[in-house]
Design a protein around this ligand. Structure first.
Ligand code: ADP
Ligand code: MG
Length: 378
């Protein structure tokens, strides 16, 4: 992979693909870990007198259309405060200019062709600037135009400093394979995480599942999940995974009739009613014991809708249990980092990655598309 240190960026214009997909509520950035993580690359480029356009996706808008709910404006505002400089936000590629030292381009997912890795869009992105730098470790598992095609299409491209750091740190932590290794996967993206769980079950002794993704497993086992988030198209995959008997499921969950309600009850996984949804879970004695006795813990994804106090206990207890365990712990993911910030002292986690899905796929030993594209840039 070509490194930033080996690339000529002096006085150049730079397109810098970063991962600024941070949790935002009411226009406020709730966790700035991913913003702070790009500072070393920005500083390096500043010293080289380079001008930078930042590119990032943000959330999951309907592809190819502008949707103000998914604007990067709150992120631009936060970045301005962090670096104490103006950061103009460009609404479209036509508006891009290098008048300021650092600018931000609106959500890449507003661009049609981004998700499809469209060739024309890739070329357009690659041609914005002299050099295309990829520093979005958290998105390196996606072959999109800004994370794959543009790297290929650019005349000069390289890895940023965050990407370099993440990879060397993760490689280092993978050296120890002392068992038991426990993986913990929560969150909401069922279809994208099932494949990951499958691979993690190969490199771990057990996989504890939680959050929205558990519901598909619970249903696959024959339980009623009522109105819970669940992906029926994934039921047979879930059933197959359960056969490996490496998957640990919750025993008791917190259910409510609505995500906006504080009225909730604890119930066994076998007694969820049709008009209820699972929004949090109780950390079972088995899970507590496994976390305490693990030698290595890999964690991605909250086990409940922890952003709401009423459904935060499971994730809070989980974070505390991991913090208290003597295991070497690795955690990553946008919301996971926020949960860590909310509930525990970050230093209690041995390594925090800015990546969620990418972090898990890297640990599985999968080839990450952005890294492959970069490795061809010599
Ligand atoms: P990360 O960003 O750490 O990779 P994800 O993006 O996969 O994690 O998932 C985080 C989201 O999952 C949180 O916003 C949380 O509210 C949601 N979530 C967790 N449990 C549930 C549940 N039972 N039902 C619906 N959403 C859930
Ligand atoms: Mg997330």
């Amino acid at each position: 992979m070509r490194k930033l240190g080996d690339t000529d960026v002096f006085n150049k214009t730079i397109a810098l693909r970063v991962d600024l997909n941070v949790p935002v509520e009411d226009g406020e950035v709730l966790d700035d870990t991913r913003i702070l993580a790009i500072i070393p690359t920005l500083k390096y480029l500043e010293e080289k007198n380079a001008k930078v356009i930042l590119l990032s996706h943000f959330g999951r808008p309907a592809p190819g259309a502008v949707d103000s709910k998914f604007s990067l404006l709150p992120v631009a505002k936060k970045l301005e405060k962090v670096i104490n400089k103006q950061v103009p936000l460009f609404g479209s590629l036509d508006e891009v200019n290098f008048d300021k030292e650092i600018s931000l381009m609106e959500n890449t997912r507003f661009l049609s062709g981004e998700l499809e890795n469209d060739e024309d869009l890739s070329k357009q992105l690659a041609n914005i600037a002299d050099v295309y730098i990829f520093d979005a470790f958290g998105t390196s598992h996606r072959a999109h135009a800004s994370t794959y095609g543009a790297i290929q299409a650019s005349e000069s491209s390289c890895a940023g400093l965050l990407l370099e750091d993440e990879i060397s740190a993760l490689k280092e932590t993978m050296k120890s394979q002392e068992s038991p290794i426990l993986s913990i996967v929560g969150g909401s993206k069922v279809s994208s995480k099932l494949e990951v769980i499958k691979s993690l079950s190969r490199i771990s002794d057990e996989v504890l599942t939680g959050g929205g993704i558990t519901n598909t497993f619970l249903k696959a086992q024959g339980n009623n999940v009522g109105l819970s988030l669940c992906e029926d198209s994934m039921l047979s995959n879930a059933r197959e995974l359960l056969e490996s008997s490496k998957i640990l499921l919750p025993e008791e969950v917190i259910v409510s009739k609505s995500i906006d309600s504080d009225i909730k009850r604890i119930c066994k996984i076998t007694s969820v009613k049709d008009d209820e949804m699972i929004l949090d879970q109780i950390l079972s004695p088995t899970a507590i014991e496994k976390i305490a006795s693990a030698k290595k813990i890999i964690w991605n994804g909250p086990v409940g809708v922890f952003e709401q106090k009423a459904f935060s206990e499971g994730t809070k207890d989980l974070a505390n249990a991991i913090a208290a365990s003597s295991a070497f712990s690795l955690a990553g993911g946008g919301e996971t980092l926020l949960a860590i910030k909310m509930f525990i002292d970050k230093s209690k986690i041995s390594y925090c990655s800015t990546g969620g899905g990418a972090f898990l796929e890297f640990l599985e030993g999968k080839e990450l598309p952005s890294l492959s594209a970069l490795s061809f840039k010599f």
